[in-house]
Write a protein of this length. Structure first.
Length: 220
């Protein structure tokens, strides 16, 4: 598996709370240079990035990182991100709803955002480190039924990130139209290869460009 192939599946990510525009600008340049799948940046930078980079595939996050904004807030955030020029949305589910087994609420939340986003890509972050296997399986079913494009493991800010065990669990329970994004803790070339070989279509990491160009791994 060559570096270009790996990078073509990477969402080049910078979601640090201290991220400056010069740092965002740098990852935009790197995404173009190394032909990553997209960038994933904070919502407040989406419009500025779009104004500067017409043809860049721009992703952002909604309900990040804790997920417990109400649906109306997430809906407005998604609409704003799209108006600002986002192509992809990574949303965090309301994890408290999972813990209360209120799966209909989660399905509604995902469905509302997918309706807003339309043909653009919606990735649903379930933050696997906080869920039991049974809850993960239920989320696979809910995400499939709600029409989201991806199930995503993690925010990268929880107590743990992506694991191959979770990827294998997802593959058994998601529908045929749902893809998998692994994120959190992916900081080595071997990790990237392992997750892609396991069936992931996207990798969320701040480390890919640095690692594959001989640098030092990032935190996400």
């Amino acid at each position: 598996m060559d570096d270009a192939y790996i990078l073509s599946h990477v969402d080049h990510t910078l979601l640090a709370p201290t991220a400056s525009w010069s740092e965002i600008d740098k990852i935009c340049d790197e995404a173009i240079k190394y032909k990553t799948a997209s960038i994933c940046i904070p919502p407040n930078y989406v419009k500025r990035a779009r104004d500067v980079y017409d043809n860049l595939n721009i992703g952002t996050v909604i309900g990040f990182p804790l997920g417990y904004d109400v649906i109306a807030v997430k809906a407005v955030a998604a609409q704003t991100a799209l108006s600002d020029g986002a192509d992809e949305i990574d949303m965090v589910i309301n994890i408290t709803d999972v813990k209360n087994a209120e799966y209909d609420f989660i399905k509604t939340e995902i469905s509302v955002l997918k309706q807003i986003i339309g043909t653009k890509i919606l990735k649903v972050i379930i933050e696997t480190c906080y869920l039991t296997d049974e809850e993960k399986i239920n989320m696979c079913k809910i995400i499939t039924e709600a029409g989201a494009d991806y199930i995503k493991t993690s925010t990268g800010l929880g107590t743990a990130g992506a694991t191959l065990a979770d990827i294998n669990l997802f593959k058994q329970h998601i529908g045929p139209n749902v893809k998998i994004k692994a994120a959190g803790g992916i900081r080595a070339r071997e990790d990237m290869i392992a997750f892609l070989e396991a069936g992931c279509s996207r990798l969320g990491t701040s480390s890919a460009v640095k690692i594959l160009s001989g640098g030092t791994a990032g935190a996400y």
